[in-house]
Design a binder for this molecule. Structure first.
Ligand SMILES: [Zn+2]
Length: 142
């Protein structure tokens, strides 16, 4: 009996296999909470946004991560979609003073971005790890 097509493909290059043995949702949740996407115990970030080189518990190598501009992009996207409708609602319903609006909304936006950015970065690195992107899948066969 001939082997199925998925059995003939190399494991690191097959997206469906990569998704099967590394759960994307679990890895992103662990990263969002600031933990290692592999073991869920070690920390993924040190200082504020610096990704650790290796997990202190399981030794998973995170030097392959390439989060780049994705975390700020997603942070702005999420915060903007929450703050702008909230701002319209409050302005229409309560009509706060101009001074309060000019000081309050930028401050709230900045606080939300500062709080969310490291969590989004952890989730992005977790997604990259789970999907075996940028060298997270181990050595490739060419
Ligand atoms: Zn770990």
């Amino acid at each position: 009996m001939p082997a199925s097509l998925s059995d003939q493909l190399p494991p690191a290059r097959t997206p469906m296999r990569a998704l099967r043995d590394r759960q994307v949702r679990q890895a992103m949740t662990r990263g969002f909470m600031g933990h290692c996407p592999n073991c869920g115990k070690g920390k993924i970030l040190r200082n504020y946004l610096k990704v650790v080189d290796h997990c202190s518990v399981c030794g998973e190598d995170f030097s392959h991560q390439r989060a780049d501009d994705a975390p700020p992009y997603f942070t702005i996207l999420i915060v903007g979609h929450v703050i702008v409708p909230l701002m319209f609602f409050v302005e229409i319903e309560y009509s706060p003073s101009l001074l309060l609006s000019m000081l309050g909304w930028p401050a709230l936006t900045a606080l939300c971005c500062v709080a969310l950015l490291p969590r989004v970065k952890g989730a992005v690195v977790g997604m990259q790890w789970a999907m075996r992107m940028h060298g997270f899948g181990g050595p490739t066969i060419d």
